[in-house]
Design a protein around this ligand. Structure first.
Ligand code: DGL
Length: 272
């Protein structure tokens, strides 16, 4: 048993899609969430900057005495080397592996689409794993640089004309390629799931990396005997951001659904 919190981070609010699932499947766990809202987006930046930000984010979570680090960000997960993660004092999980495994298992026709930020798509992270998991599969990728700002600014209501235009722009070729599975390779994208699903059609299975990886984190905590002692009052979530807390408060419920969240504090991430 280990009553320390689980640490979760993302460049902004997208990782809250993973927190939502963690709260559902691990209601007794404390969670510390960091959203780097002052420096979002990560996905259009170069590798060195993403690594620098990632290391600071992880140092911040470790300063909160977390027992586990979950990078709820496709961009970070595609950039931060696993050999470096292995040297951390606590276990680390990114979102790429679980999502790739779910897609490899779900696809019937072996035609799998991957969308993500420019850094994620450039890294080839999903393709490399899918090539190992399903060597005969054909992988179709597309960077969607405008999706993160769209989501961070709340353009996610069903039928939003700007969102629909961008979905058509980014997904027309993937749809025409006959994919039956689409990895939403960035944790912001599940906010657009309904509109993306309507565009690509019911026959295309959508894979949500944050949600799937939350289950992998649960399994890892169980197998490493790191679950918290059950408490009747349940776990507590605390949220930290690097920009003003107002923006977070206004948008967080979009990501967290029925869960209204706990206290939010602004921190100076540059100090870590
Ligand atoms: N949620 C992040 C991801 O999964 C967004 C990255 C960004 O800030 O561009 O990739």
């Amino acid at each position: 048993m280990d009553n320390r919190p689980i640490g979760v981070f993302d460049s902004g609010l997208g990782g809250l899609t993973a927190v939502r699932e963690l709260r559902k499947i691990l209601p007794g766990e404390d969670i510390v969430y960091f959203g780097d809202t002052g420096r979002v987006p990560y996905g259009s930046r170069g590798r060195e900057i993403i690594l620098q930000y990632t290391r600071q984010d992880i140092r911040f979570l470790l300063s909160k005495d977390v027992k586990y680090v979950m990078a709820a960000c496709g961009t970070v997960s595609s950039t931060y080397p696993l050999c470096e993660a292995a040297g951390l004092p606590v276990p680390y999980t990114g979102v790429v592996r679980s999502a790739a495994e779910a897609a490899a298992a779900a696809s019937k026709n072996g035609r799998i689409g991957v969308i993500g930020t420019p850094a994620t798509i450039r890294s080839g992270s999903y393709e490399q794993l899918l090539n190992i998991l399903r060597p005969e599969a054909q992988i179709f990728t597309r960077a969607c640089p405008m999706f993160v700002p769209l989501v961070e600014n709340g353009y996610v209501n069903d039928g939003n004309p700007v969102a629909l235009l961008l979905i058509e722009e980014y997904l027309t070729d993937l749809k025409a390629a006959g994919i039956d599975t689409l990895i939403l390779g960035c944790t912001h994208y599940p906010l657009l799931k309904k509109m993306i699903g309507d565009f690509v059609g019911d026959e295309v299975r959508l894979i949500d990396p944050g949600k799937i990886t939350a289950h992998a984190v649960k399994a890892a905590l169980q197998s490493q005997n790191l679950l918290a002692t059950p408490r009747p009052e349940g776990g507590h979530a605390s949220f930290f951001v690097s920009d003003s807390t107002e923006g977070f408060k206004a948008s967080a419920d979009l990501f967290l659904g029925e869960y209204k969240g706990g206290p939010v504090q602004q921190i100076a991430i540059d100090k870590y």
